[in-house]
Design a protein around this ligand. Structure first.
Ligand SMILES: Nc1ncnc2c1ncn2[C@@H]1O[C@H](COP(=O)(O)OP(=O)(O)OP(=O)(O)O)[C@@H](O)[C@H]1O
Length: 259
């Protein structure tokens, strides 16, 4: 029987928003040498002392459209590296990463800002980097400014004169107002003051409820439980758990000392 257009649309909808397949990421680590070791190696013509270190070691998972997933794990387990590979700022050494739709990262919010341009110009610049046309940014400009809480008079000031909190607020405001399908969140709730953090929380929940795909890296278990239904636990660059968020959270919870 020939497929109807509805059926094919439904088929398209079920494709994952993010796929990682057997991903390996290695970093070269330089070892510090004592002065004596450096001196000896100079005469022996040794190269610099380095080691290849696997930050991610065969990581595979898929995130469905509209799903919200948290990645948990100890410091150095590979969470931010995973996020950077998904956002495309890093490439894997082996395996592959695919994303579908527009991906907006709340990684280093405002990272694309140019210090010598005004707040206004930076909104357009940052939005363009995130894939927005001038018209789309015009339409959302007031909303972005209002959300950021930056006073009008500062819009014509160079961003290098902003406080770090003001820069983060503006960066966050632009990112969450772009036309996005997948939102990458890295400890975003450390942005700005308490009132702004509450506003960010609300906005992220709103985006999730609109059916955006969420990929969250955080050490804040309360936050991820409120935001995500599924959790992946990384340990030394490998996935050691993939399932309900409550179980994932239990695995990373600090052990209570025995009395
Ligand atoms: N650019 C880099 N060069 C060398 N090593 C790196 C680089 N980036 C990350 N690493 C190493 O890769 C490992 C994983 O780092 P990653 O930042 O992904 O960990 P994480 O789980 O996000 O940690 P945290 O919870 O502390 O943020 C760490 O051992 C880190 O030292």
């Amino acid at each position: 029987m020939p497929k109807t257009s509805d059926a094919s649309a439904a088929a398209v909808d079920t494709k994952p928003a993010i796929i990682l397949h057997e991903v390996v990421k290695e970093f070269r680590i330089k070892h510090a040498r004592s002065l004596k070791e450096s001196f000896v190696s100079l005469f022996r013509r040794n190269g610099p002392a380095t080691d290849d270190f696997r930050a991610l070691d065969g990581v595979s998972f898929e995130v469905g459209r509209g799903e919200s997933l948290a990645v948990l794990g100890r410091n150095g387990s590979g969470k931010s590296t995973t996020l950077k590979l998904i956002s495309g700022v890093m490439l894997p050494d082996e395996g592959w990463v695919r994303t579908r739709g527009r991906v907006a990262g709340l990684l280093e919010v405002g990272a694309g800002f140019h210090p010598d341009l005004t707040g206004r110009d930076n909104i357009y610049l940052n939005a363009a980097i995130l894939g927005m046309s001038k018209q789309e940014t015009d339409d959302r400009f007031d909303e972005i400014v209002e959300f950021s809480g930056i006073e009008q008079k500062f819009l014509e000031t160079e961003v290098k004169r902003y406080s770090s909190g003001m820069r983060s607020r503006l960066g966050f405001a632009v990112a969450v107002h772009t036309e996005l399908d997948v939102l990458l969140v890295d400890e975003v709730l450390s942005v700005g003051d308490a009132a702004f953090r509450a506003k960010c929380n609300e906005k992220i929940l709103e985006l999730r409820d609109q059916g955006k795909t969420m990929f969250v890296v955080s050490h804040n278990i309360r936050t991820v439980k409120a935001l995500c239904e599924r959790g992946i636990v990384l340990e030394r660059g490998k996935v050691v758990f993939d399932g309900p968020i409550d179980e994932a959270a239990k695995l990373v919870a600090p052990k209570r000392p025995r009395r």
